[in-house]
Design a protein around this ligand. Sequence first.
Ligand SMILES: CCCCCCCCCCCCCCCC(=O)SCCNC(=O)CCNC(=O)[C@H](O)C(C)(C)COP(=O)(O)OP(=O)(O)OC[C@H]1O[C@@H](n2cnc3c(N)ncnc32)[C@H](O)[C@@H]1OP(=O)(O)O
Length: 220
Amino acid sequence: MDVSLRPNAPIDIWNPDWNDPFDPTVEAGDEFAELVAAVRAVQEAFTRSRPDPAAAAGIAGTLRSVAQRLEELEVGEDDQIAGHRWDLAGRGQALAPPLHIDAVTETTARGRVTVGRFHAGRYAMNGGVTPLIFDEIMARLANDSGRPWARTAYLNVNFRAPAPLDVELRVEAEYLRQDGRKRFMRGTMYHGDVLVADADGLWVELKPEQTLNISEGGDV
Ligand SMILES: CCCCCCCCCCCCCCCC(=O)SCCNC(=O)CCNC(=O)[C@H](O)C(C)(C)COP(=O)(O)OP(=O)(O)OC[C@H]1O[C@@H](n2cnc3c(N)ncnc32)[C@H](O)[C@@H]1OP(=O)(O)O
């Protein structure tokens, strides 16, 4: 079943100012997009299924061999493709809801997302998935327009109405104000005219001694 999880936007948005050491142009073809779509399809189909024990054992074996093949291709985090393909929905990170970011200005960001049962609680979007979507679009805006890196300090989400599955939801972010290193952001999610969730968030700009890659040492 096609639940519109494929990253169907050719280029959502590409900001050359985005400070990512990964060079996305190398694997910018459709093959990796197809691989992400396939992983998402497995997640969704698995969630929707009820295999009998024999089918479960067979499928587990197949997936184990896929995992083994990918393990042979492991690279460091800065070089992995997943999460770094900014032109793909959800950046090519298969766990992330496939958020298409259509427009980013200095103070606003606008996107859309459709989730299936893989991201469901019961009949509606899981309460942990909504913050994932807000964090994605609000962090994107907080860190856009050449602004130095900032990390999420808090993200408060209000669930106003159940967010339905398999339909497109509109997601917006607004850069409210800056106070020194603090960037205050707001997010909203709509199904048609219905506000299903909103969020307030604070992003704090890193000090020079703080490093984004905490495993490199330095002050976190
Ligand atoms: C499946 C999906 C995969 C997703 C894949 C994502 C990849 C996406 C890539 C794009 C995104 C890239 C960027 C990575 C961003 C993260 O991934 S963030 C991940 C979640 N966030 C974190 O891990 C942050 C952990 N916390 C920290 O690192 C530190 O607490 C912070 C936020 C940097 C702040 O620490 P600090 O610099 O020591 O701050 P400090 O000087 O104490 O405070 C500065 C000011 O902020 C205020 N403040 C600080 N914290 C708070 C708070 N919690 N509440 C209220 N005020 C606060 C202070 O009161 C202070 O205010 P003023 O006194 O100046 O008025």
